[in-house]
Design a protein around this ligand. Structure first.
Ligand SMILES: Cc1ncc(COP(=O)(O)O)c(C=O)c1O
Length: 389
């Protein structure tokens, strides 16, 4: 058996939607992007949504829209994808890494205040499929007059405190990359509570042009556009938007399917004391973009051995998230920085395959193999100890 880490769920409806756009002749950002934005804003329950070419682009222009620039500091986790701190560097600011809560894998709000200096301008939490402490982070930001830009790349469709993630956010960025719950190849969506901010984001994504292509196309007058500031080409194409709109209709169903598989995994592993299963409760509704286990310090097997054994059985796995501060660019910035929870998770977590089309047979095969590795490891431990004596 060969089981990949993920498989996007796409069907004939997505093919038809993309074909319709190709036949229409309007390929780049146009009516389909506008429709996706409207539908996504309705889904989230927020004031407006701006679609861009990726979540990385979304983070970049969100930081610009929040007025973050050279010399500023932005507090963020290191336990995330490299795009999180990179987006801060793009605007000339400095990422200030804060450790995570080892249960939620998200930034530990209790450590944020200690990291605030007079240069701090924003907090940029990253949610790994489950959004936690959202209200606490906004509270800290309000107390210290800081902006909040949320990296919710893997967390589309997540809830916190029974509220949909992004519904009350100022700048909340989601990804549509194929590793995510819904996809259109590449894409990013920014949920905002402010029309003026949305307007600025729309300019930033399109060279800061004073009118959009769609407006010019619809106009019966000649319009000469202007470029009052520097912007970017971060446009989403209408082909991507049409696919994403179909995917959005599937979103709740896809999340339910992921949660069903995650629940099976959770109950299959709950008796293995040295494995920490992911959190999922009413306050933090997990979308299970990834299913991540943590090997606790008393685990009788090493994470990398587990990954190798699974690979030999045809099961792909991943290590979980990076410790960004240990990557070369950030190591140069912070040669001595130590973040114990972040580093422990990078070295001891494992992501298992979880995607909607994962069959019962494949799930059983994964569970059996994890349990076999666990049983063998427990049996092996005394033998190993004897051999070391
Ligand atoms: C936490 C986080 N932030 C940002 C990104 C970047 O998203 P994109 O690939 O859409 O630019 C990712 C993608 O994996 C991510 O996991």
């Amino acid at each position: 058996m060969k089981i990949p880490i993920t498989k996007p769920y796409l069907a004939e409806e997505e093919v038809a939607a993309a074909s319709e756009v190709i036949r229409s002749g309007w390929l780049t950002q146009g009516p389909k992007v506008a429709e996706l934005e409207k539908r996504f804003a309705e889904y989230i329950g927020c004031i407006d949504v701006v679609a861009v070419s990726s979540c990385t682009a979304a983070l970049h222009i969100s930081l610009l829209a929040a007025g973050i620039g050279a010399g500023d500091e932005v507090i963020c986790p290191s336990y995330t994808f490299i795009a999180t701190p990179n987006s801060i560097v793009y605007v000339g600011a400095k990422p200030v890494f804060v450790d995570i809560d080892p249960e939620t894998y998200n930034i530990d709000p209790e450590l944020i205040e200690d990291a605030i200096t007079e240069r701090t301008k924003a907090i940029l939490p990253a949610y790994q499929g489950v959004a936690t402490d959202v209200e606490r982070i906004y509270e800290i930001a309000r107390e210290h007059s800081l902006a909040v830009i949320e990296d919710a790349a893997p967390a589309v469709g997540a809830y916190y405190n029974h509220k949909k993630l992004g519904s009350e956010s100022h700048l909340c960025c989601f990804s549509l990359h194929p590793r995510k719950v819904i996809t259109c190849g590449e894409g990013g969506l920014i949920a905002t509570d402010d029309k003026q901010t949305a307007d600025k984001l729309r300019k930033l994504r399109h060279h800061y042009m004073s009118v959009s292509d769609l407006e010019r196309h619809k106009s019966d007058k000649i319009i000469f556009e202007t470029y009052p500031d520097v912007g970017y080409n971060y446009r989403m194409t209408d082909i991507q938007a049409a696919i994403a709109t179909v995917q959005l209709e599937r979103l709740d169903g896809l999340i339910l399917r992921r949660r069903e598989i995650a629940e099976r995994y959770n109950s299959a592993f709950e008796d293995i004391e040295w494995l920490q299963t992911p959190i999922n409760n009413d306050d933090a509704y997990n979308t299970f973009q990834s299913y991540m286990l943590k090997l606790l310090p008393d685990a009788p097997v090493k994470r990398n051995t587990m990954m190798e054994k699974l690979l030999k059985k045809g099961i792909a796995s991943r290590r979980g998230f990076l410790s960004c501060h240990r990557e070369a660019y950030y190591r140069r910035m912070y040669p001595d920085l130590k973040l114990p929870n972040t580093e422990y998770c990078t070295d001891n977590c494992i992501i298992l395959p979880l995607y909607p089309a994962l069959s019962q047979k494949e799930q059983n095969y994964i569970i059996e193999n994890i349990r076999k590795i666990a049983d063998e490891a427990v049996v092996d431990t005394p033998a190993l100890e004897r051999s070391l004596r």
